[in-house]
Design a protein around this ligand. Structure first.
Ligand code: HEC
Ligand code: HEC
Length: 351
């Protein structure tokens, strides 16, 4: 064999090996891409109170993810018998939480103060939620069950105590949430009918919005139901937005982008002060969220332990242990990070 032949043989062998390697890597990539889809969907679910809530990536070309249908829920058709009774009790607990559970709720809100109409209307819906848990929640850095998630809102949004897992109240709440999830396949993380309450206009604002302008808008479009002083007129007519009877610093609503998203989509209810529901701009909703969160509210002990893996969102309402370890302070972060914590700290100093 002459040296030229040798060279060609070597080159073609190398080429064959290279092609084989590309094919193997290609197959592996394909497999992990479909897994990646599952992961992405999951983390968008886990994003609930923790990030921008980007929608899950679509399935890879070969196998499009089937669209899950939104179940039609009929509260007039709750079955008779013990299961139906638990479902009905659960619904009642959602709507009258503060009056029915005074030992556990620490403010004047009900679950339906944020999850309107038992979580069935568009405000902050939980249709299908029982199919989406257990789920990894980055704020806790662990997989939470539905009961854990309910208690997350009990401790923070309701400024209260955990409902015991082995209690009729918890069983009733889980029964209700399961009833309004019937027909949604277990393991569904991405529910197309759930829209996250997020407005991220704050990211483009170098300075905090003017609170003077915000207060005028609040008095015009919000105060009639929520009170001039934000103390509310009732959990179902206009819940407390700040002060001792509102959600605490640890709640998802204490994040400016979440509050702005909620306000833009849902408030004012109907029409108020010449402003129709759905008419507020992103900037107005952000301004109102900033105004609401510029007031004092209950603190949340243990908040520094949230997002233990250092993946707190940029509008987290407070600094975490990891932030502090990295040298972040209330003075050297963008205005929208720990915005609500600054208000609570200022109120503590003023006392
Ligand atoms: C002050 C407002 C507020 C109140 C009151 C409140 N929540 Fe929530 N809740 C939220 C926010 C914000 C989220 C995150 C939703 C999102 O990602 O858009 C949430 C999420 C949830 C979830 C997870 C939903 C999902 O699709 O992953 C459950 C379950 C839940 N809440 C149950 C409750 C229950 C039960 C109560 C009453 C005990 C309650 N919440 C009271 C604001 C509130
Ligand atoms: C016509 C009465 C009405 C008006 C006006 C109104 N709200 Fe509400 N708001 C409610 C009710 C009732 C709820 C409870 C949720 C539901 O039923 O949908 C609520 C819930 C809320 C919540 C979540 C619960 C909480 O305590 O944090 C926020 C935030 C909020 N409103 C902000 C606003 C802002 C900002 C405006 C002005 C743009 C406004 N609302 C105008 C009646 C009203």
């Amino acid at each position: 064999m002459n040296s030229e032949k040798w060279m060609w043989m070597t080159v073609s062998l190398l080429l064959t090996a290279l092609i084989a390697a590309i094919v193997v890597v290609g197959i592996k990539e394909g497999a992990s891409a479909s897994q990646g889809t599952a992961d992405a969907t999951q983390s968008s679910g886990a994003a609930n109170e923790t990030s921008s809530g980007a929608p899950g990536t679509p399935g890879d070309e070969g196998s499009p993810t089937p669209q899950v249908q939104e179940p039609k829920i009929d509260l007039n058709n709750i079955p008779e018998g013990p299961y139906g009774d638990a479902v009905k009790e659960g619904l009642k607990l959602m709507n009258e939480t503060n009056t029915l559970l005074p030992d556990y709720v620490g403010n004047k809100l009900s679950c339906s103060s944020c999850h309107g109409n038992g979580g069935l209307d568009g405000t902050s819906p939980y249709v299908g939620v029982a199919a989406a848990f257990p789920q990894y929640i980055s704020r806790s850095g662990k997989v939470l069950t539905l009961e854990d998630r309910i208690n997350g809102c009990m401790l923070r949004s309701m400024n209260g105590k955990a409902i015991p897992y082995n209690s009729d109240e918890m069983r009733a709440m889980v029964s209700y949430l399961t009833y309004i999830s019937e027909g949604v396949p277990v393991g569904t993380k991405d529910r197309p009918w759930i829209q996250k309450n997020r407005v991220e206009a704050y990211k483009n604002m170098p300075e905090p919005p003017s609170l003077v302008e915000a207060e005028a808008l609040y008095q015009q479009a919000c105060a009639a139901c929520h009170g001039q002083d934000g103390q509310g007129t009732g959990p179902m007519s206009g819940p407390a937005l700040w002060g001792p009877d509102s959600f605490n610093l640890g709640a998802g609503m204490a994040r400016i982008g979440t509050a702005a998203g909620y306000i833009k989509r849902n408030m004012p209810i109907g029409q108020m002060g010449g402003i129709q529901q759905g008419e507020l701009t992103d900037e107005q909703a952000t301004m109102l969220a900033a105004y609401i969160l510029s007031h004092d509210r209950p603190d949340f002990p243990g908040k520094v332990n949230d997002w233990p893996n250092g993946d707190a969102p940029d509008d987290a309402a407070y600094l975490t242990k990891i932030d502090l370890e990295q040298g972040l302070t209330l003075d050297n972060v963008p205005w929208y990070k720990a915005y609500a914590e600054r208000a609570v700290e200022a109120a503590k100093k003023a006392k």
